[in-house]
Design a protein around this ligand. Structure first.
Ligand SMILES: *Cc1c(COP(=O)(O)O)cnc(C)c1O
Length: 356
């Protein structure tokens, strides 16, 4: 007889975004722009000179040094992995497991709870307000009850777009009994960052860990590279659970060279922020509810119409957005990624037609 999978995994399904063949793909929060041309050339040249018969630098020293310089921290405070999702998984392999739990506040990024469950870690779920804000009373209650080893925040929050103000992050850090992990996959689009908390640790508070990715602002989703910035002992714990040589030599070079192009990345961020404002203005005049976003996407809820019907109407016009309507606390909601100006126009025209 063949073995069955772990009973606690049998209930889980994988995390997927519908992939439909359309002209305008605004469903996975990627950058609409390819990486800079100069970076491509530099990577090709650097890869040509690599000794690919040898294992890569296990410590990914050069890459971690470049990231440390970017954020004004020491190299011992940086851990890299194959996408920030692998960073999150490493954190939970090190700190989670049976008998331990994490706390999440929904609606939020579903992978935090999913990766926790895959690693056998319990999940305590708190709710946000109707406006998707954190309710500190609720946070205090959930944390006191569950005593989680990791408290997750996502700021700006996927899929709502809301960024947590620094005083709210400070308040959660003061309440959290273990690690406070702030997922800043969209951090470059926001006005504030919890990196400040990592640079100036308060020994009274939970240790803060900031997780970032090259997938979104760096236009490198295909490269699979993410990292955390946190206390050195957290970095050591992650290094202890990760597979040997998990970060290949090509990726190490690609990530390090990307950091020579900070200005181009920032220009792209400004363009997308401008376009985000333009989309928000148009949505404001349509029969939809929307929420302020500090990320490269916007959440909206068609009034008096089913999200599924509007989603299909958009697909029929060759525009793909994310249907979040079955996610906890988001009934009726869709999420659109900010694309190029032309893509955004296509989306707005299609949406107006669907709502007419
Ligand atoms: C997209 C996203 C990530 C990125 O994951 P990668 O594995 O780095 O591609 C992480 N966290 C959040 C909240 C995201 O939306």
């Amino acid at each position: 007889m063949r073995p069955s999978v772990r009973p606690d995994l049998a209930r889980l399904s994988g995390y997927h975004s519908a992939q439909v063949d359309v002209e305008v793909r605004l469903n996975t929060n990627e950058s609409p722009y390819g990486p800079p041309g100069a970076w491509r050339t530099e990577v090709a040249a650097a890869v040509a000179g690599l000794d690919l018969n040898r294992y890569p630098d296990r410590e990914a020293r050069a890459l971690r040094e470049a990231i440390a310089r970017l954020h004004g921290v020491s190299v011992e405070q940086v851990f890299c992995a194959n996408g920030s999702n692998e960073v999150l998984q490493s954190l939970l392999l090190a700190y989670g497991g049976p008998g331990r739990s994490v706390a999440v506040f929904e609606p939020t990024y579903q992978l935090h709870a999913h990766i926790a469950r895959v690693t056998g870690t319990g999940v305590a779920v708190g709710r946000r307000t109707d406006d998707h804000a954190l309710d500190l009373g609720e946070v205090a209650q959930v944390l006191a009850h569950a005593e989680p080893v990791v408290t997750f925040l996502c700021s700006p929050n996927n899929p709502t777009g809301r960024a947590e103000p620094p005083d709210v992050v400070d308040a959660v850090a003061a309440l959290a009994p273990g690690l406070l992990v702030v997922d800043e996959a969209y951090g470059q689009f926001a006005r504030s960052s919890a990196l400040e908390r990592v640079r100036h640790e308060d020994p009274e508070d939970a240790a803060t860990v900031v997780v970032r990715t090259f997938s979104k602002t760096w236009s490198m989703a295909g490269v699979r590279l993410g990292y955390l910035v946190g206390p050195p002992e957290v970095v050591e714990a992650c290094e202890a659970v990760v597979l040997p040589y998990h970060l290949d030599a090509v990726k190490q070079v690609a990530g390090r060279l990307a950091l020579d192009h900070v200005e181009e990345m920032e220009e792209r961020v400004s363009l997308l922020v401008e376009e985000r404002g333009r989309i928000a203005d148009v949505l404001g005049g349509l029969p939809v509810d929307t929420w302020p976003s500090e990320a490269n996407f916007l959440l909206f809820r068609p009034r008096g119409r089913s999200a599924a019907v509007v989603w299909q109407g958009l697909v029929d016009r060759s525009v793909l957005v994310r249907d979040c309507s079955t996610w906890p606390g988001l009934s009726g909601c869709l999420r659109v990624t900010v694309g190029t100006r032309e893509e955004n126009d296509r989306f707005l025209e299609a949406l107006e037609a669907c709502l007419r």
